[in-house]
Design a protein around this ligand. Structure first.
Ligand code: HEC
Length: 159
């Protein structure tokens, strides 16, 4: 048991840390190179997990592994990856030069629709994975993959 004073000190320290983090985030928008690196990383992790699900549905199905991968994809989609495409990040280098098309920053309504469709399919994939039917997961994985392609066709340069 912590003594009341230690609890008070711990609370003050924790609140202080939260306040500092919030202030730093609010005062300076993340640097363009960080935003580009983060979005490229997020998409790489998403791609890793879609590949794992594909391998599972095409090979010997492992429900637990599929649920883990589907959770990772849904979690990243639910952070709204469009928040990492702010004006000023149209060009530049993250891990490498961005492959986002300039149109992405102009046709914000269309990209928001495609992102919403992708997020919906990602959450549906997690729901279907938890239900456990391999054939349904295979079908939903296909829907998710088509939502990736729609956005890439319009807003990502082939590399
Ligand atoms: C709303 C649009 C959109 C959706 C949906 C989308 N992507 Fe992307 N993706 C992009 C853009 C834009 C880039 C380029 C990012 C950059 O280089 O700044 C990208 C980049 C990538 C990359 C390359 C990352 C790198 O290192 O450069 C991979 C891999 C990728 N996406 C996979 C996927 C997969 C898999 C899905 C679906 C499960 C998906 N994406 C859904 C827009 C999208």
């Amino acid at each position: 048991m912590m003594k009341p004073t230690s609890i008070r000190i711990a609370t003050v320290v924790a609140l202080g840390a939260i306040a500092i983090t919030t202030t730093v985030w609010a005062q300076q928008a993340p640097k363009p190179e960080n935003q580009i690196r983060w979005r490229q990383s997020a998409f790489q992790v998403i791609a890793l997990n879609t590949a794992r699900i594909k391998a599972s549905v095409d090979g010997s199905y492992n429900k637990d592994e599929v649920v883990k991968s589907a959770s990772a994809i849904a979690a990243l989609a639910n952070t709204n990856l469009l928040t990492l495409f702010t004006p000023g990040t149209e060009a530049g280098k993250g891990w490498h030069d961005t492959t986002a098309k300039a149109e992405l920053f102009k046709d914000t309504q269309r990209v928001a629709e495609l992102n919403a469709a992708f997020t919906k399919e990602a959450n549906e994939l997690l729901r279907v994975a938890q239900a456990g039917d391999a054939a349904a997961v295979k079908e939903q994985h296909g829907k998710l993959a088509r939502s990736c392609k729609s956005c890439h066709d319009d807003f990502r340069n082939a590399n």
